[in-house]
Design a protein around this ligand. Structure first.
Ligand SMILES: Cc1ncc(COP(=O)(O)O)c(C=O)c1O
Length: 390
């Protein structure tokens, strides 16, 4: 087996880096190390591994792959995406200010407003696509700017290189949730971002069969601080889930490209539908982030599509409940397509006023496009519109 090569493509790294042949057996898939503890040579002398919260070979394998595909110096695998975001917020201290994007996953909104504020952090939200508004919202005590590479649920696209410049000017870290974007489409560390985060539950795992989160960074000192937080607080990903993420990563690039193509075709079809008022998909030329997405993501726009129907909360729920192939479920990024109503599901933890303020309307529907065929998914949606009387 060749040594990892710096010119390997992302697809090759996903398969080979961190997945080296097992020297003991020649197995082409590394074994899963379930041991919680490791025998030491002498009291007080630590080897590479001593206790699985501090380090585990299966977690190391996954983290090696992740660091390589993100372009980072190191990565950390957590028990969930929320645990990964929480670890980042633990870099801050009482009195610091966290400035987050207003197109934000509901769980992050809840963490910031109901946990971080109790720890004495100031929290405010701003439209990350409006650089003047971001500059105006930065305070002397701003220590973390948190954005999503593709916002949730409106699929807004921030200018990450410019945000990195603003964060650098004020001495804050820029953290980016790249769950919707995936390293297959966008690698924020290469754009000057300090911390990239994923809910590995979604595209990285890709099969709706694990919950996990990841962080990757380019600065060794920042890595050391985050590793300390993870080891001290303990929110690690278990070995079997690490294995599942490693396995999912091998097909990440193929999956995301195929899902992006089907999502674009569905977005174009929805745009022409008489009962659809508005489609939000960065691949559509009328999306406000289309040019930025094309620049940053090179012609693929991801597998998430959000649209607004001409109907109230109940009718919207009926559409979501009537599909057969699109499962009515939160989460996203897997091989099976999912449908949900942000106002009552993924973004239910927003206060009503913030939902209204940030455009999370009653008629909004969010799709996670899987790997089924376009024709089957389109027919499924049409049948659901008909069943809902639209
Ligand atoms: C964009 C985004 N970030 C973070 C999370 C949280 O990840 P997890 O559910 O793995 O804790 C989610 C979950 O839906 C998400 O969609």
């Amino acid at each position: 087996m060749a040594e990892p090569s710096s010119d390997w493509s992302l697809r090759t790294r996903c398969i080979h880096v961190g997945n080296e042949i097992d020297p003991a057996t020649g197995a082409v898939v590394p074994p899963i190390h379930l041991a919680s503890t490791f025998r030491q040579q002498r009291a007080g002398e630590w080897g590479e591994y001593d206790y699985s919260r501090s380090g585990n070979p299966t977690r190391t394998a996954l983290q090696t792959t992740l660091a390589s595909i993100e372009g980072g110096c190191g990565a950390l695998a957590f028990g969930s995406g929320m645990a990964a975001i929480h670890a980042v917020t633990m870099l801050l201290q009482t009195g610091d200010h966290l400035l987050a994007g207003s197109d934000l996953y509901g769980g992050a909104y809840r963490l910031f407003h109901q946990i971080c504020d109790r720890a004495g952090l100031g929290v405010s939200l701003v439209d990350m696509t409006d650089l003047d508004a971001v500059a105006a919202a930065i305070r002397p005590e701003t220590k973390l700017i948190w954005a999503e590479s593709i916002g949730n649920p409106r699929l807004s696209i921030p200018n990450l290189p410019e945000l990195a410049r603003l964060a650098g000017q004020c001495g804050a870290w820029l953290g980016v949730d790249n769950t919707f974007g995936t390293p297959a489409l966008i690698r924020p560390l290469e754009l000057g971002v300090d911390i990239v985060m994923h809910s590995a539950t979604k595209y990285l795992g890709g099969h709706s069969d694990l919950v996990g989160g990841t962080l990757a960074v380019a600065d060794p000192e920042l890595y050391r601080r985050l590793y300390f937080i993870q080891n001290a607080t303990g929110a690690i990903l278990d070995p079997f889930s690490c294995f599942l993420v490693s396995r999912g990563l091998k097909t990440l690039d193929l999956r995301v490209r195929a899902q992006s193509q089907t999502a674009l075709a569905l977005a174009l079809w929805l745009q022409e539908h008489p009962r659809v008022e508005r489609v939000m998909y960065p691949g559509l030329s009328d999306h406000p982030g289309h040019a930025m997405a094309t620049q940053l993501m090179g012609g693929h726009y991801g597998g998430m599509v959000t649209f607004q129907i001409a109907g109230d909360l109940a009718q919207t729920a009926k559409v979501c409940e009537a599909t057969r192939l699109f499962h009515l479920a939160v989460s996203l990024g897997a091989v099976e397509s999912l449908i949900e109503q942000p106002a009552t599901m993924s973004h239910a933890s927003y206060g009503a006023a913030d939902r209204a303020r940030f455009g999370i309307t009653d008629g909004l529907i969010r799709l996670s496009v899987g790997l089924e065929s376009f024709d089957d998914l389109r027919n499924d949606l049409q049948a659901a519109f008909t069943a809902a009387g639209l």
